[in-house]
Design a protein around this ligand. Structure first.
Ligand code: SF4
Length: 392
């Protein structure tokens, strides 16, 4: 282990690799050393990605009604989370939803459907959507996330113009069976391999806060490195009411930054994406985290609401970064600030997803509309599957 995080960064920049012991040291760094960790990881981030932030936009094509039992998931069988449930969006509706995200600054659209895996008919639907999207937005990157793939499906998606395939390993192999039993870790790895073999860019990441040990977080990250994941979404558990993980709060903002930094040291040239749970877990450290990670989702998540999309753009610009592929994006109207937004309560899990007091910030983003005052989670009630404009 190098004597300092800065020396570790120099070692990695010189072509060396971070070891498992290095990764554990980053994860277990004293909070007093957080800025040293960020400064060192930030050297790697800037060496590979400069000051750009990639912005991704989720379109939930099919919501809920899943037969699998992933215990963190609001869409799983047995989940009582009051999420939107609907079957496949039409191609026109998908175009409408994706277009909102692209106009808001996204360069990648993630087409996601719940379920164990797609039928060949489902794959044809997504192929048609992808072709329509590429006709309307030639520069768009399309990532599909449809579950476990069968032989030939990845090739069909590639042929239709899909660029990437997301399938998260979610957690370490040694912890996998604690969180889901209807499919195996090897099933997941098999789908990532199928995507890569077909020429799709593998996107695979993890969820922190599932009761895993530090060693298991490190194990998961090294597995992602080994799998050759091009994009690594780092999710922080959103403990939906009505799921087995309800009321599970294991993460602090500083720990989340260290997890992202660990990902950067282990996979320095990979896209490290701050994914679900960004607002509620990083809270006021979202900006600091951008000095380590180089990618975020814009607006809402699959079944829960994110902060106002304008605040996402402000976050990027306020910290001196530019949005990849959307450098000409016009200034948004600034997000309306109130006393509540100016002084968020930093240690209150009951804060809404945008980090404001649960009584609402007045920005009319809708983020507090269904907030239940206990989990910090607002169920998505706008965008795909509703008649309400998307948060983009
Ligand atoms: S397979 Fe996907 S949608 Fe279904 S429960 Fe697991 S994570 Fe949720």
């Amino acid at each position: 282990m190098p004597a300092s995080f800065d020396q570790l960064a120099t070692h990695v920049l010189d072509g060396g690799s971070a070891s498992e012991a290095d990764a554990l040291a980053v994860l277990r760094a004293d909070d007093a050393d957080l800025l040293d960790v960020v400064a060192a990881a930030g050297r790697l981030r800037r060496a590979h990605f400069g000051s750009t932030v990639k912005v991704n936009y989720l379109v939930n094509l099919k919501s809920g009604l899943c037969p699998e039992n992933c215990s963190y998931c609001s869409q799983a069988v047995g989940s009582e989370a009051p999420i939107l449930k609907y079957s496949w969006l039409s191609t026109d509706e998908t175009l409408r939803q994706a277009g909102a995200g692209l106009r808001g600054g996204a360069s990648r659209v993630c087409l996601v459907s719940s379920g164990r895996g797609p039928s060949n008919r489902d794959v044809e639907k997504v192929a048609e959507m992808t072709e329509a999207l590429k006709d309307s937005y030639p520069d768009v990157e399309v990532c599909a996330c449809l579950g476990l793939l069968k032989d030939g499906q990845a090739e069909r998606l590639k042929q239709a113009g899909v660029d990437a395939y997301n399938h998260n390993i979610n957690t370490a192999a040694s912890h996998h069976d604690e969180i889901v039993t209807t499919h195996t870790y090897d099933d997941r790895v098999d789908t990532i391999a199928k995507a890569r073999t077909a020429g799709l860019s593998p996107c695979s990441g993890l969820i922190a806060g599932l009761g895993e040990t530090d060693e298991q977080l490190v194990e998961a990250l090294f597995a992602l490195k080994e799998l050759g994941s091009d994009s690594i979404p780092v999710n922080f558990l959103m403990p939906f009411d009505g799921t087995p993980f309800e009321d599970t709060w294991e993460l602090s903002p500083a720990r989340c930054v260290k997890i992202l930094a660990m990902a950067r040291f282990v996979c320095p040239d990979r896209e490290v994406r701050i994914a679900g749970g960004r607002e509620m877990h990083l809270r006021s450290l979202q900006g600091l985290a951008l000095h380590v990670a180089n990618s975020i989702f814009l607006g809402d998540y699959l079944t829960s609401e994110g902060q106002d999309a304008r605040a996402d753009v402000e976050l990027i610009r306020d910290h001196g970064f530019t949005i990849l592929g959307a450098e000409d994006l016009p200034e948004h109207e600034p997000v309306e600030r109130t006393a509540a937004t100016a002084t968020p309560a930093p240690s209150t899990p009951a804060a809404s997803p945008c980090g404001t007091a649960s009584t609402g910030c007045g920005s009319a983003c809708g983020g507090c509309a269904s907030h239940d005052g206990t989990t910090g989670l607002a169920i998505r009630q706008r965008g795909a599957g509703t008649d309400v404009p998307a948060n983009a």
